[in-house]
Ligand binder design. Structure first.
Ligand code: PLP
Length: 431
């Protein structure tokens, strides 16, 4: 009964909180094709709050100077904002130190960095990289490239669809121990699948891998938005995410790594800022984290992680967190109920092992997902269609494309209801 105070009903208070949150994200009150925008493509990228928009504009006006290089006030301000954001990220994911936090250009860049540098140091002929069947292409292809260079191979943790033990689309961990053989050097896992929306039991996979001395990278591109992340409690060796999916700027990502591993692997790219001394013959490298930050970084975008993560924390704490959390629970049960209809196949059903985040991917029998998305767009609804960069997983469901509605904490049950109503209309029009 936390919300029921001063004669305001619990529902009324929750509505006020939601309205207050949504007012801070200007794009949410825009119109698209003459209709109020219902933005349900948050797994692709999130809309930005005014705090981030103002920060970006202010930084370009008042703090635009290259970082770490100069002895003048403007550059100091820029460096402070950039390094301040590193500290903000450290706190957000509970990394032990700022040295564990590397700025990259996104989750994709973070995974590529680890795949390339870890494999060149620790992976050789005959070794194995274990990936998940529900991986985004960015947690598959970098490993294929690196494994090919090292003479290693890729094995896959299957889903229940692949092993025939079910149709939920969740990972089947029955055979995990057998897959973790001596020659496996890395397990690349996904915290929350961008297709099924299922919350994978990453801690279970990490402890199984660690019991055999195998390192684990976690793709947190979706997880960072929908779960509270504590990299020390999770005990992952590497954790990757993108700023743009958590209300920050595009072209910025984070790689968390354990210090001993970041120190052991070679740099990824060479260039300015990642060096200690350079001669024509030899270079010694800067210490962490700059060893992995060659060239001019996206310093303004990276600095925007400070207001972005402040906003993310505001959305998950206190009475705002309580209100949004309860709205999200209602959205998940409403959507799963409405999609549980003859002729609709949903990819990703929760069970006692895997909870469901508000990401819903499905197909309607005999209707093209792209046609549905186009019709929904005419009704003001932005959803994704296609393979969502997870072609192998979709193929395991027997699909070549699908429709995905992905909600952020600022979305409402009312928007879910609008979506379902419009989907039914579009279905009728296309049948
Ligand atoms: N991993 C997952 C699970 C994703 O959903 C995405 C993007 O959708 C990525 C990785 C890649 O993120 P980015 O394109 O920001 O590098």
């Amino acid at each position: 009964m936390h919300f029921a105070q001063d004669g305001i009903t619990m529902e009324g208070k929750k509505e006020n909180i939601l309205a207050r949150v949504r007012q801070q994200v200007p794009a949410l009150s825009s119109k698209m094709n003459g209709e109020p925008l219902v933005y349900l493509d948050n797994a692709a990228t999130t809309q930005k709050p005014v705090q981030v928009l103002d920060f970006l504009s202010d930084a370009l006006k008042n703090r635009n100077a290259n970082v770490h290089r100069s002895m003048y006030e403007l550059s100091d301000r820029s460096t402070s904002a950039y390094e301040g954001a590193r500290e903000r990220v450290r706190r957000f994911i509970n990394a032990p130190s700022r040295e564990n936090v590397i700025f990259t250009s996104g989750t994709t860049a973070s995974v590529n960095l680890v795949a390339s540098c870890f494999c060149s140091k620790f992976v050789g002929k005959g070794d194995v990289i274990l990936i998940e069947a529900d991986s985004h292409h960015s947690n598959i292809v970098p490993w294929q490239l690196a494994a090919e260079r090292a003479g290693a191979s890729i094995k896959v943790i299957p889903t229940d669809v692949m092993t025939g033990s079910g149709r939920s689309g969740r990972l089947d961990l029955e055979g995990l121990d057998g897959l973790l053989s001596d020659n496996v050097k890395m397990v690349a896992v996904t915290q929350i699948s961008n297709i099924t929306g299922l919350r994978n039991p990453v801690s279970q996979i990490i402890s199984a891998a660690h019991s055999k001395g195998i390192a684990v990278l976690v793709d947190g591109a979706q997880g960072i938005v929908h779960e509270k992340v504590d990299v020390q409690a999770m005990d992952c060796d590497f954790y990757a995410f993108s700023a743009h999916k958590i209300y920050g700027a595009t072209g910025v990502g984070v790689l968390y790594g354990k210090k001993e591993l970041l120190e052991a692997i070679p740099p990824y790219m060479g260039g300015g800022d990642m060096v200690e001394t350079v001669t024509y013959d030899k270079t010694t490298y800067a210490s962490l984290p700059l060893k992995f930050e060659a060239g001019t970084p996206n310093f303004i975008g990276a600095a925007s992680l400070t207001p972005a993560l402040d906003f993310a924390e505001y959305l998950r704490n206190g009475e705002v967190g309580e209100a949004l959390g309860s709205e999200e629970e209602r959205i998940v049960s409403y959507m799963m109920d409405k999609l549980d209809t003859p002729g609709i196949e949903v990819y990703g059903k929760p069970d006692s092992i895997c909870g469901k985040s508000p990401i819903f991917t499905f197909n309607i029998e005999s209707i093209n997902a792209g046609d549905l998305a186009q019709l929904l767009d005419k009704m003001g609804i932005a959803v994704r269609s296609g393979m969502m960069c997870a072609e192998p997983l979709l193929n395991t469901f027997g699909a070549v494309s699908a429709l995905r509605a992905s909600f952020a904490p600022y979305n409402t049950l009312e928007e879910a209801e609008t979506f379902v109503r419009c989907l039914e209309r579009a279905r009728t029009m296309l049948s």
